[in-house]
Design a protein. Structure first.
Length: 407
């Protein structure tokens, strides 16, 4: 017999409003991302428009044009993806790597291992080239590994945010990979627009980035750029990727043909548009210089205060700075104290005894550096660590002024 009783609707929960949850004064976001966004980006993110209309079509055209500048590529094959940096990573990998691909994954830490794991999940034949702790990959070792493993594809991270290691030799590595006929996929999630990345000149085939780091946009809309060579491979593949949302040939419908793939994250795309426009207005050279000056000055200030940077200079990333936590303190305690007492948010790390301060996009502003370094010094002092706060602050100031007069 048919059951005609109406199921009882259970009662709605009583939920505190965001006004009661969020701090009255926003925290200064100085961790490894997300980073503060300019007002123009935040305002753009308030709009909802038709994702398939003429206005969106024009905006998408501009996003691609600006992205070509930011990635330094003439390739038109740029696409956004609704999702985190990892979705862009998976999109690059899922469209270029399959069961019979041999992939050499250069691993310096957590995020480069994520690329290796994605390749392994696709059933690819994966070789790992592991760097020494706190070190970048050396070109000779890389070439030897390619000669031995004979990969079709390489994955590598430009800046390994997890432990603040920088693959400074990326241009040489990418060129060597190209000479050997490999497709190279580069994770530039934390580095794009904070330091040079010349996709075409270095011969890179896919570059991925997230919105919430160097670009100073919101999290949730990411970008991937494919070279003509990579696109050729995608168009001529004889297999269908198992990730429907991430299939580049389906994404082409929206990003290049003005038609439907899935409902685009319109507000996030508008935010990204503004973030890219601000980068174009500033110019890449000026932006790189700002990042270099600010990061260096902050590193000098941290050291002058009596704290130790985690990675030696030759392999040290500027976009995110790793600072050793004193033996008596956990990084969790440092971050929580700094957030609660000084309203400055920094990051711990993935099992390492370090705290990390971001130097990406809007984080690289003098007022943010002064407030962050002061908060870090006071936090350490409050937790019983001897630090020389005036010396650190003085060094930060003189480094910033020195860098300005030199530049
Ligand atoms: C170098 C790098 N790659 C990939 C990711 C993953 O990005 P998301 O957390 O947006 O997925 C991150 C995030 O911190 C990163 O720093």
């Amino acid at each position: 017999m048919e059951d005609t009783t109406t199921p009882e609707i259970f009662s709605a929960p009583t939920i505190a409003s965001l006004n009661d949850i969020l701090p009255a004064e926003p925290l200064l976001m100085m961790g490894a991302g997300p980073v503060p966004v300019p007002d123009l980006v935040a305002n753009a993110n308030r709009n909802v428009i038709n994702h398939l209309g003429a206005t969106m079509s024009r905006i998408i055209g501009q996003v691609k044009e600006m992205s070509q500048y930011v990635f330094q590529t003439r390739s038109p094959w740029i696409m956004g993806v609704a999702g985190p940096g990892s979705a862009a990573m998976e999109m690059a990998i899922a469209n270029l790597v399959t069961r019979d691909t041999r992939v050499l994954c250069v691993c310096n830490g957590y995020f480069s291992h994520r690329m290796a794991e994605m390749c392994q999940r696709l059933g690819a034949d994966v070789g790992i080239l592991q760097s020494e702790e706190k070190s970048q990959i050396d070109v000779d070792r890389f070439v030897a590994a390619i000669e031995k493993f004979e990969p079709d594809c390489i994955t590598i991270v430009q800046g390994e945010t997890s432990n603040t290691t920088f693959n400074r030799q990326l241009p040489a590595l990418a060129r060597e990979a190209k000479k050997k006929g490999c497709i190279t996929i580069v994770d530039a999630v934390c580095t794009l627009s904070t330091m040079p990345l010349q996709m075409d000149d270095w011969g890179i085939d896919a570059v991925i980035t997230g919105g919430q780091k160097g670009l100073s946009s919101i999290p949730g809309v990411s970008l991937v750029a494919f070279s003509e060579r990579a696109w050729d491979r995608i168009q001529n593949r004889t297999w269908t990727p198992s990730h429907w949302c991430l299939d580049a040939l389906l994404a082409e419908n929206f990003w290049h043909k003005g038609s439907y793939h899935y409902t685009a994250p319109v507000s996030g795309v508008l935010a990204l548009h503004e973030a890219l426009r601000l980068i174009c207005l500033e110019g890449l050279q000026a932006r790189f210089l700002r990042h270099e000056r600010c990061s260096r000055a902050l590193q000098n200030g941290v050291q002058a205060m009596g704290l130790k940077l985690y990675v030696p200079e030759e392999s040290r990333l500027n976009s995110v700075i790793g600072i050793e936590a004193p033996e008596t303190l956990s990084n969790r305690t440092i971050c929580a104290t700094m957030s609660e007492k000084y309203q400055v948010e920094i990051s711990g790390s993935f099992g390492l005894p370090i705290v990390r301060i971001g130097q990406m996009g809007e984080q690289c502003r003098a007022q943010n550096l002064f407030r962050t370094l002061h908060a870090l010094g006071c936090t350490m002092r409050d937790l019983g660590i001897t630090v020389d706060i005036p010396r650190g602050m003085g060094e930060l100031e003189s480094s910033l002024i020195g860098a300005k007069t030199q530049g």
